[in-house]
Design a protein around this ligand. Sequence first.
Ligand code: GLU
Length: 332
Amino acid sequence: MDRPNLPRSPASIEIQALVVRLHATHAGDLTGHLADYIPELAKADPAGFGIAIAHASGEVVTAGDALTPFTIQSVSKALTLAMLLDLVGREETYSAVGVQPSGDPFNAIMLDPRTKRPFNPMVNAGAIAVAGRLRETLGPDAFTQILACLGEAAGRELQVDQAVFESERETGHRNRAIGHLLRAADVFTVPVDDVLDLYFRQCSLLVTATDLAVMGATLANIGTNPVTRRDVFGMEAVRETLSVMFTCGMYDGAGDWACRVGLPAKSGVGGGIMAVVNRQLGIGVYSPLLDAAGNSVRGQACCAGLAEELGLHAFDSTNSGSSFFSGMGHAP
Ligand code: GLU
């Protein structure tokens, strides 16, 4: 998709200036480490850093490396959850996976002892359960449909990073163990290798910070991509997905994030964060240097800065974000 050359509203000009300022403030912060447990990810450029904000009116503002491709990794978990909710509904989705924060690492090889299901769809076990149900429901065509759906959310055709996919397929022994645990618990009935192939491919999709912003804005805009105006997700799927992102989207940093930033978000070990201001904005940030919890250091700092300066926190008493952003999309 070519980004439309929209008229710039006064509010979006101000946001552009803020995003550029935040980028300059944090550009020199090279703390954190590259993910290296998937060997190919260790080759990322540590200096890579981009921010994008897409408004529900379709306006997009960016700073830095907002068009640099990186693999979506766990950010895809939120979108495949929304897809499964749309396809089979809540009841069937939650027969495969719960919605409770786990308190365990994202790659823990375990099920919730009460339910014999993964704790939630944002940890690997939960996302592999979702991939299993997508594979069961859609058959061998499942990846083509995931590719199409995530492409609709981004507003452009996406592609797999073949080297990352192969690297993950060769080294993803923990995920393979999780797959067999889920198959043994009858969470899905299709072959484990087919499910993992699907999961590794979805994680290896190449996106940019701008894509994450538009995907987030699609969720913010109740499932309709605000740039292309095409319907992608249903209302119930969006509500459920944002709820799970709010409680479980930031690995073991979810509680700190909820207090500091106060927005539903999902991060990935490729360095991406997608955050959502309900009914208003999608935020996409890319910086591959991660903290100990696996979240992008500069990505979190930028989202915290945006939340603070614009009053985006869901429980901010001034809630200034709502009134500020009502000006976006209205050019003089
Ligand atoms: N593909 C990665 C894995 O399963 C995703 C991890 C992540 O981004 O949290 O290990």
